[in-house]
Design a protein around this ligand. Structure first.
Ligand code: ADP
Ligand code: C5P
Ligand code: MG
Length: 210
């Protein structure tokens, strides 16, 4: 197999990163593409109680095990399969099980701090920042975290003000300068997603003809 192409998708919480990644994935019926979520690489926290785990700053670079993420990306680049951790937002911890991920031609890596880490940046061929206004992002996050991540309105607001917003301003927003492409509004920006899909298909066709 030729070296895979790595596409990094970053942006603030609720910007639509995961949706953009899934839309690109859905548009490629051949499925020679895999998504690696940085969320899967939140540090193992079994040594802490649930109460203590609710207090972790999940928006700070230190919350992530980027060493493992980078090791896994390098394995995929080398054509090796990986055991990707599975993260459970409801318990603020990794699950015991892992999921086997086979190497593919296209690897999408998505998460809030993908472009913040120089070591990750250096592995990426295409860098995307999904840029959505903070008022829209917090509204999306409130709805999603209550529906899908077992949170209350009060807990989402408290976390947003104490850790999410400050870390966004300190680490996420400044990483926009490293992006090759900025996608406004995220998830259902059909023009931007179609452009990405066309690019990805041309990369795959080129690889297959080699
Ligand atoms: P992120 O991974 O950046 O936090 P998600 O992709 O999970 O963002 O999107 C957050 C929420 O907003 C999800 O519930 C998703 O369905 C919704 N969403 C994403 N993009 C859009 C959009 N362009 N318009 C409306 N809702 C969107
Ligand atoms: O998909 P999204 O970019 O929103 O995922 C990252 C967000 O998940 C971070 O902003 C972080 O606050 C949140 N998170 C959380 N609880 C955890 C782990 C992450 O609220 N246990
Ligand atoms: Mg996401």
């Amino acid at each position: 197999m030729n070296k895979p192409i790595l596409i990094g998708i970053t942006g603030g919480t609720g910007s639509g990163k995961s949706t953009v990644a899934k839309e690109i994935f859905k548009s490629l019926p051949e499925k020679n593409i895999v998504i690696i979520e940085q969320d899967s690489y939140y540090k193992e926290q079994s040594h802490l109680s649930f109460e203590e785990r609710t207090k972790t700053n999940y928006d700070h670079p230190l919350a992530f095990d980027n060493d493992l993420l980078i090791e896994h990306l390098k394995d995929l680049i080398d054509g090796k399969k990986i055991e990707k951790p599975i993260y459970d937002f409801e318990i603020h911890n990794r699950k015991k099980e892992t999921i086997t991920v086979e190497p593919k031609d296209i690897i999408i890596v998505e998460g809030i701090l993908i472009l913040d880490d120089e070591r990750v940046r250096d592995l990426l061929d295409i860098k995307i920042y999904v840029d959505t206004d903070p008022d829209i992002r917090i509204i999306r996050r409130i709805i999603r975290d209550i529906r899908e991540r077992g949170r209350t309105l009060e807990s989402v607001i408290e976390q947003y003000l104490t850790t999410v917003r400050p870390a966004h301003l300190q680490f996420v927003e400044p990483s926009k300068k490293y992006a090759d492409i900025i996608i406004p509004e995220g998830g259902y920006n059909k023009v931007a997603i179609d452009l990405m899909v066309t690019k990805v298909k041309s990369i795959i066709a080129q690889k297959q003809s080699m």
